[in-house]
Design a protein around this ligand. Structure first.
Ligand SMILES: [Zn+2]
Length: 265
Protein backbone atom coordinates (compact mmCIF):
# COMPACT_ATOMS: atom_id res chain seq x y z
CA UNK A 1 0.00 0.00 0.00
CA UNK A 2 1.52 3.24 -1.10
CA UNK A 3 -0.28 5.57 1.23
CA UNK A 4 0.74 4.71 4.74
CA UNK A 5 -0.89 7.50 6.62
CA UNK A 6 -4.01 9.19 5.40
CA UNK A 7 -5.45 12.06 7.34
CA UNK A 8 -9.01 10.77 7.34
CA UNK A 9 -10.32 13.31 9.82
CA UNK A 10 -9.15 16.03 7.41
CA UNK A 11 -10.98 14.26 4.58
CA UNK A 12 -14.21 14.68 6.54
CA UNK A 13 -13.61 18.42 6.17
CA UNK A 14 -12.87 18.43 2.46
CA UNK A 15 -9.09 18.11 2.55
CA UNK A 16 -7.29 15.06 1.10
CA UNK A 17 -3.90 14.66 2.77
CA UNK A 18 -1.36 12.05 3.75
CA UNK A 19 2.12 10.59 3.46
CA UNK A 20 3.41 7.79 1.27
CA UNK A 21 5.90 5.08 2.21
CA UNK A 22 8.33 3.20 -0.07
CA UNK A 23 6.17 0.14 -0.72
CA UNK A 24 3.88 -0.77 -3.62
CA UNK A 25 5.69 0.93 -6.52
CA UNK A 26 7.69 -0.13 -9.57
CA UNK A 27 11.15 1.42 -9.00
CA UNK A 28 14.17 -0.85 -8.65
CA UNK A 29 16.94 -0.79 -6.03
CA UNK A 30 18.05 1.52 -4.48
CA UNK A 31 14.80 3.36 -5.26
CA UNK A 32 12.56 0.41 -4.50
CA UNK A 33 9.90 0.75 -4.87
CA UNK A 34 7.62 3.77 -4.48
CA UNK A 35 10.09 6.55 -5.33
CA UNK A 36 8.35 9.80 -6.31
CA UNK A 37 11.51 11.88 -6.94
CA UNK A 38 12.65 12.59 -10.51
CA UNK A 39 15.94 14.12 -9.33
CA UNK A 40 17.61 11.16 -7.61
CA UNK A 41 18.83 9.04 -10.55
CA UNK A 42 15.86 6.69 -10.84
CA UNK A 43 14.27 5.84 -14.20
CA UNK A 44 11.90 8.64 -15.24
CA UNK A 45 9.42 6.09 -16.56
CA UNK A 46 9.31 4.28 -13.21
CA UNK A 47 8.85 7.52 -11.25
CA UNK A 48 6.02 8.61 -13.54
CA UNK A 49 4.39 5.19 -13.10
CA UNK A 50 4.58 5.64 -9.32
CA UNK A 51 3.10 9.12 -9.62
CA UNK A 52 0.23 7.69 -11.67
CA UNK A 53 -0.39 5.14 -8.89
CA UNK A 54 -0.54 7.78 -6.16
CA UNK A 55 -2.76 9.99 -8.33
CA UNK A 56 -5.26 7.17 -8.70
CA UNK A 57 -5.05 6.33 -4.98
CA UNK A 58 -5.95 9.89 -3.96
CA UNK A 59 -8.59 10.32 -6.68
CA UNK A 60 -6.61 12.83 -8.74
CA UNK A 61 -4.52 12.92 -11.93
CA UNK A 62 -0.76 13.60 -12.27
CA UNK A 63 -1.52 16.57 -14.57
CA UNK A 64 -2.87 18.43 -11.53
CA UNK A 65 0.15 17.81 -9.25
CA UNK A 66 2.53 20.60 -8.30
CA UNK A 67 6.17 20.04 -7.30
CA UNK A 68 8.93 22.45 -6.28
CA UNK A 69 12.69 22.38 -6.74
CA UNK A 70 13.32 22.12 -3.00
CA UNK A 71 16.56 23.75 -1.87
CA UNK A 72 16.44 23.53 1.98
CA UNK A 73 15.51 27.21 2.04
CA UNK A 74 12.68 29.25 3.53
CA UNK A 75 10.67 30.41 0.54
CA UNK A 76 6.96 29.58 0.24
CA UNK A 77 5.21 29.83 -3.13
CA UNK A 78 1.55 30.70 -3.69
CA UNK A 79 0.28 28.19 -6.27
CA UNK A 80 -2.39 29.61 -8.58
CA UNK A 81 -4.02 28.26 -11.73
CA UNK A 82 -0.95 28.89 -13.88
CA UNK A 83 1.25 26.63 -11.73
CA UNK A 84 -1.03 23.59 -12.00
CA UNK A 85 0.99 20.63 -13.31
CA UNK A 86 4.40 22.23 -12.71
CA UNK A 87 7.04 19.58 -12.05
CA UNK A 88 4.52 16.78 -12.56
CA UNK A 89 6.36 15.14 -15.48
CA UNK A 90 9.79 16.81 -15.37
CA UNK A 91 11.99 18.63 -12.89
CA UNK A 92 12.62 21.30 -15.54
CA UNK A 93 9.37 23.16 -14.92
CA UNK A 94 9.04 22.51 -11.17
CA UNK A 95 8.65 25.70 -9.14
CA UNK A 96 12.12 27.18 -8.60
CA UNK A 97 13.72 27.60 -5.18
CA UNK A 98 10.71 26.84 -3.05
CA UNK A 99 10.42 24.63 0.03
CA UNK A 100 6.75 25.23 0.67
CA UNK A 101 3.66 25.39 -1.53
CA UNK A 102 0.38 27.04 -0.58
CA UNK A 103 -2.84 27.09 -2.58
CA UNK A 104 -6.50 28.08 -2.53
CA UNK A 105 -7.19 26.19 -5.78
CA UNK A 106 -9.41 23.15 -5.53
CA UNK A 107 -8.23 19.78 -6.87
CA UNK A 108 -4.54 20.72 -7.02
CA UNK A 109 -2.37 18.31 -4.99
CA UNK A 110 0.75 19.95 -3.57
CA UNK A 111 3.54 17.38 -3.24
CA UNK A 112 6.59 17.66 -1.02
CA UNK A 113 9.35 15.06 -1.40
CA UNK A 114 11.65 13.92 1.39
CA UNK A 115 13.86 11.13 2.72
CA UNK A 116 14.62 12.23 6.35
CA UNK A 117 13.68 15.92 6.19
CA UNK A 118 10.27 16.57 7.75
CA UNK A 119 7.23 16.99 5.49
CA UNK A 120 4.68 19.28 7.15
CA UNK A 121 1.09 19.71 5.95
CA UNK A 122 -1.16 22.66 6.81
CA UNK A 123 -4.92 23.12 6.44
CA UNK A 124 -7.13 26.01 7.48
CA UNK A 125 -10.23 24.90 9.37
CA UNK A 126 -12.44 26.81 6.92
CA UNK A 127 -10.96 24.57 4.18
CA UNK A 128 -10.03 27.41 1.85
CA UNK A 129 -6.24 27.23 2.03
CA UNK A 130 -3.81 24.32 2.27
CA UNK A 131 -0.03 24.18 2.41
CA UNK A 132 2.88 21.74 2.39
CA UNK A 133 6.44 22.39 3.56
CA UNK A 134 9.81 20.63 3.46
CA UNK A 135 11.73 21.14 6.70
CA UNK A 136 15.10 19.57 7.28
CA UNK A 137 17.43 21.24 9.78
CA UNK A 138 18.38 23.93 7.25
CA UNK A 139 14.81 24.77 6.32
CA UNK A 140 13.54 24.52 9.89
CA UNK A 141 16.28 26.80 11.23
CA UNK A 142 15.98 29.29 8.37
CA UNK A 143 12.25 29.84 8.90
CA UNK A 144 10.31 27.68 6.41
CA UNK A 145 7.55 26.99 8.98
CA UNK A 146 7.10 30.70 9.70
CA UNK A 147 7.10 31.68 6.02
CA UNK A 148 4.49 29.00 5.19
CA UNK A 149 2.28 30.14 8.05
CA UNK A 150 2.72 33.82 7.19
CA UNK A 151 1.54 33.15 3.65
CA UNK A 152 -1.49 31.21 4.89
CA UNK A 153 -2.37 33.92 7.42
CA UNK A 154 -2.06 36.54 4.64
CA UNK A 155 -4.59 34.44 2.69
CA UNK A 156 -7.06 34.70 5.54
CA UNK A 157 -6.45 31.77 7.92
CA UNK A 158 -5.96 32.57 11.58
CA UNK A 159 -3.28 30.55 13.43
CA UNK A 160 -5.98 29.28 15.82
CA UNK A 161 -7.84 27.79 12.84
CA UNK A 162 -4.83 25.91 11.44
CA UNK A 163 -4.42 22.14 11.53
CA UNK A 164 -0.89 20.83 11.01
CA UNK A 165 0.48 17.33 10.39
CA UNK A 166 4.12 16.30 10.71
CA UNK A 167 5.06 13.30 8.59
CA UNK A 168 7.73 10.60 8.69
CA UNK A 169 11.15 12.17 9.33
CA UNK A 170 14.44 11.37 11.02
CA UNK A 171 14.04 12.03 14.76
CA UNK A 172 15.95 12.52 17.97
CA UNK A 173 16.52 8.75 18.31
CA UNK A 174 18.75 8.77 15.21
CA UNK A 175 19.66 12.28 14.13
CA UNK A 176 23.12 13.07 15.44
CA UNK A 177 24.30 16.57 14.48
CA UNK A 178 27.45 18.58 15.06
CA UNK A 179 28.05 21.94 16.74
CA UNK A 180 27.31 24.20 13.70
CA UNK A 181 23.86 22.59 13.34
CA UNK A 182 23.31 22.87 17.11
CA UNK A 183 24.17 26.57 16.93
CA UNK A 184 21.65 27.08 14.11
CA UNK A 185 19.00 25.48 16.34
CA UNK A 186 19.95 27.73 19.28
CA UNK A 187 19.78 30.74 16.95
CA UNK A 188 16.28 29.63 15.94
CA UNK A 189 15.26 29.58 19.59
CA UNK A 190 16.62 33.12 19.99
CA UNK A 191 14.60 34.21 16.92
CA UNK A 192 11.44 32.63 18.32
CA UNK A 193 12.15 33.89 21.87
CA UNK A 194 11.93 30.30 23.11
CA UNK A 195 14.26 30.13 26.11
CA UNK A 196 14.47 26.44 26.81
CA UNK A 197 13.95 24.50 23.63
CA UNK A 198 13.79 20.73 23.85
CA UNK A 199 14.74 19.69 20.32
CA UNK A 200 18.45 19.45 21.03
CA UNK A 201 19.87 16.88 23.47
CA UNK A 202 23.64 16.43 24.03
CA UNK A 203 24.81 13.08 22.63
CA UNK A 204 25.93 10.59 25.27
CA UNK A 205 27.86 8.57 22.69
CA UNK A 206 29.74 11.43 21.06
CA UNK A 207 30.81 14.38 23.21
CA UNK A 208 30.33 17.73 21.45
CA UNK A 209 27.56 16.29 19.27
CA UNK A 210 23.81 16.45 19.74
CA UNK A 211 20.66 14.48 18.96
CA UNK A 212 18.22 16.73 17.09
CA UNK A 213 14.48 16.11 17.01
CA UNK A 214 13.16 18.21 14.13
CA UNK A 215 9.46 17.57 14.95
CA UNK A 216 10.01 19.06 18.42
CA UNK A 217 11.61 22.15 16.88
CA UNK A 218 8.67 22.44 14.46
CA UNK A 219 6.12 22.07 17.28
CA UNK A 220 7.92 24.73 19.33
CA UNK A 221 7.90 27.09 16.34
CA UNK A 222 4.19 26.44 15.67
CA UNK A 223 3.39 27.10 19.35
CA UNK A 224 5.29 30.40 19.23
CA UNK A 225 3.17 31.35 16.19
CA UNK A 226 -0.11 30.66 17.97
CA UNK A 227 -0.99 27.14 16.75
CA UNK A 228 -2.61 25.09 19.54
CA UNK A 229 -0.73 21.88 20.38
CA UNK A 230 -3.93 19.83 20.00
CA UNK A 231 -4.07 20.99 16.36
CA UNK A 232 -0.64 19.51 15.59
CA UNK A 233 -0.80 15.86 14.52
CA UNK A 234 2.45 13.90 14.42
CA UNK A 235 2.87 10.54 12.69
CA UNK A 236 5.65 9.78 15.20
CA UNK A 237 7.50 7.82 12.51
CA UNK A 238 11.30 7.90 12.27
CA UNK A 239 12.46 7.33 8.68
CA UNK A 240 15.87 6.14 9.90
CA UNK A 241 14.41 3.52 12.30
CA UNK A 242 11.55 2.38 10.08
CA UNK A 243 12.64 0.59 6.90
CA UNK A 244 9.28 1.09 5.24
CA UNK A 245 10.62 4.58 4.45
CA UNK A 246 13.43 6.05 2.39
CA UNK A 247 16.17 7.43 4.64
CA UNK A 248 18.93 9.56 3.11
CA UNK A 249 21.20 8.97 6.09
CA UNK A 250 20.60 5.22 6.47
CA UNK A 251 21.13 4.63 2.73
CA UNK A 252 24.16 6.94 2.49
CA UNK A 253 22.41 9.27 0.07
CA UNK A 254 21.47 6.64 -2.53
CA UNK A 255 17.75 6.28 -2.16
CA UNK A 256 14.33 7.45 -3.31
CA UNK A 257 11.87 10.03 -1.98
CA UNK A 258 8.51 9.57 -0.30
CA UNK A 259 5.77 12.11 -0.79
CA UNK A 260 3.53 14.24 1.39
CA UNK A 261 0.41 15.38 -0.42
CA UNK A 262 -2.49 17.70 0.28
CA UNK A 263 -5.33 19.13 -1.74
CA UNK A 264 -8.71 20.80 -1.39
CA UNK A 265 -11.49 18.61 -2.70
ZN1 LIG B 1 15.07 6.74 14.73
Amino acid sequence: MAVLYKLDDWLAHGVVAGFTDREGGVSRSPYDSFNLGLHVGDSQEDVLSNRAIIAKTIDSVPQHFVFAKQVHGNRAWHVGKKEVGKGAFSMDDAIEDADALVTMEKGVPLIILSADCAPVLFAGRDQKVVGAAHAGWRGATSGIITSTMTMMVDLGVSPEALQVAIGPTIRGCCYEVDEPVAEAVRETYRRLSVHQGEALIPSVKKPGHFMLDIPTLIREELASLGVASEHVHDTGICTHCDERFFSHRRENGYTGRQGAFIYLK
